[in-house]
Design a protein around this ligand. Structure first.
Ligand code: ATP
Ligand code: MG
Length: 484
């Protein structure tokens, strides 16, 4: 009878849930139509503007389901364990190279990026999340962190510290790009900068060696390093080269795509890193920067290559690897990894000796890189370099009041020894407890009933093979510490 009642209730409940689901689905559809399709061009799936008051009250009245904003995502366990491993490895490796961590704010004045990244770049002109703060100042979510690190260097007068100053950062960046695999609107970078002191080629090489060591430690698959030198901004070096490049490009303008045609005017160097297949034969015949470097830049580049060889770092030269902004100079590098499709760059870096000065600081040598952590993780996952750890080391299957206080004590001492323990809040029959223990992917179940507690002899079950062993309390701790 009872069972019948409860199953009737269950089926009524189910009907109600199904009806609710339908309502929700209908609501989602109408919300989608109202908020995304109707006010904007169909197919773009983008709100034409921020929801007005009418939309907001509509949302509140109908209890919309919230979703992460397009291009952003939740990182969840167990994947976050991999993120932590990657970040922990970065801290270890960078620490071993003498770098200290900087945590700059995520919000900065818009003007900082306009100056440091360049007002005409896509990043600043189209992709930045900027807003007017209440004091009417324009504030932005950072699209990258080199500008912030340089600002901090100036603000804290770090030029007075022993030079060079070596800093690394880990954190989210924001760019309003078209989301796709390996490209998000909130993404994470792990980066480092060396500021001040000399521009000795050994510094460039050591920075590159550090990234490669980090990737090696993670066993990142298919790592390929490409390097280039883009000289410096002078008539007898890059500026002279760009003039020649521009006139060569003018001659083949008709054969180029619209993006490259536009770049002849705005940023001719960037034509070289065009990914358009049909432009490649044309690009191959353009003048190359290596033939136009001044003597100092040529010597610096040769020395960087020698230094890389001394460090056993394998590289490939790529004369098409450029940076579009004037303050970038000499060494540029990019690292690609496997399993990422066309978004395969996991790290970009280079020397930027006049950036700090451009931001109002003293003349300062600088070199750095930024690793795309999301892509790094994707590549590691693709290669199966993800060790799945048991979600819990020990599940404590306890039942009875005496057993609970023993279970609490056992949990405390195991956790203090760094062992992860699941302690159910209420006692469970052992069959149920073991079921849950294996659902949670536990390695062991510690069985504590009143008998075990009274006898002081605890049973530990290995869930993989069902074997059981008996221990006294100190023996158990000892055993677990040794086996986990
Ligand atoms: P790409 O050519 O792939 O757009 P980028 O030149 O814009 O890269 P940088 O500004 O040099 O990249 O940033 C360094 C690294 O940060 C890139 O190599 C990439 O791994 C990562 N990155 C850049 N933009 C994104 C993004 N929108 N989503 C995820 N990772 C990104
Ligand atoms: Mg980009």
């Amino acid at each position: 009878m009872l069972a019948a009642t409860s199953s009737t209730r269950t089926s009524t409940e189910q009907n109600r849930l199904v009806a609710n689901d339908r309502k929700r689905a209908l609501f989602r559809l109408s919300f989608f139509l109202r908020a995304f399709i109707l006010p904007s061009e169909a197919g773009t799936a983008e709100p034409a503007s921020t929801p007005g008051e009418e939309n907001l009250s509509f949302l509140v009245a109908t209890k919309s389901k919230f979703q992460a904003i397009r291009g952003t995502r939740d990182l969840l366990p167990p994947e976050t364990a991999l993120w932590n491993r990657v970040e922990g490895t970065a801290r270890e490796v960078f620490g071993a190279f003498g770098f200290g961590e900087i945590r700059p704010p995520i919000l900065e004045p818009t003007e900082l990026f306009a100056r440091a990244v360049g007002g005409e770049t896509d990043i600043v002109s189209k992709e930045m999340y900027s807003f007017e703060d209440r004091d009417e100042s324009s504030t932005s979510l950072r699209p990258e962190a080199t500008a912030s690190v340089c600002r901090a260097y100036i603000e804290h007068q770090m030029q007075q510290l022993p030079l060079p100053v070596k800093l690394y950062y880990i954190g989210p960046m924001f760019r309003r790009e078209r989301p796709q695999k390996g490209r998000y609107r909130q993404f994470f970078q792990i980066g480092a900068e060396v500021l001040g002191g000399t521009d000795a080629p050994a510094i460039d090489a050591e920075v590159i060696e550090m990234v490669m060591t980090f990737f090696d430690r993670l066993q990142l698959p298919g790592v390929q390093l490409e390097i280039n030198s883009i000289g410096h901004n002078a008539d007898n070096c890059r500026r002279g080269y760009v003039a020649q490049l521009t006139s060569a490009l003018e001659k083949v303008k008709d054969k180029l795509g619209t993006d490259s045609q536009r770049r002849i005017e705005t940023n001719p160097l960037r034509v070289l890193d065009s990914k358009l297949e049909r432009e490649q034969p044309i690009i191959q015949n353009l003048p190359r920067i290596a033939d136009h470097l001044c003597d100092e830049c040529k010597a610096h580049y040769a020395a960087v290559k020698r230094q890389l060889e001394m460090r056993g770092v394998l590289y490939r030269e790529n004369w098409q690897l450029v940076r579009g902004l004037d303050y970038y100079m000499r060494t540029t590098f990019e690292i690609t990894a496997a399993g990422l499709g066309s978004q395969n760059a996991v790290c970009g870096g280079g020397r930027y000796d006049s950036l700090v000065e451009l931001l109002g600081g003293p003349p300062t040598k600088g070199i750095g890189f930024a690793i795309g952590e999301d892509r790094l993780i994707l590549s590691l996952q693709g290669a199966g370099k993800v060790t799945t750890v048991a979600a819990r080391d020990v599940y404590i299957a306890w039942m009875g009041e005496h057993a609970q206080s023993t279970a609490i004590r056992a949990a405390k001492s195991l956790r203090a020894a760094g062992i992860s323990v699941e302690l159910p809040p209420v006692g469970q029959k052992f069959g149920k407890a073991l079921e849950r223990a294996s659902k949670l992917n536990s390695r062991y179940a510690l069985i504590l009933g009143d008998n075990e507690v009274a006898e002081g002899s605890w049973t530990l079950k290995t869930l993989a093979d069902g074997s059981q062993q008996k221990f006294s309390e100190p023996e158990l701790l000892d055993f677990l510490k040794r086996s986990l």
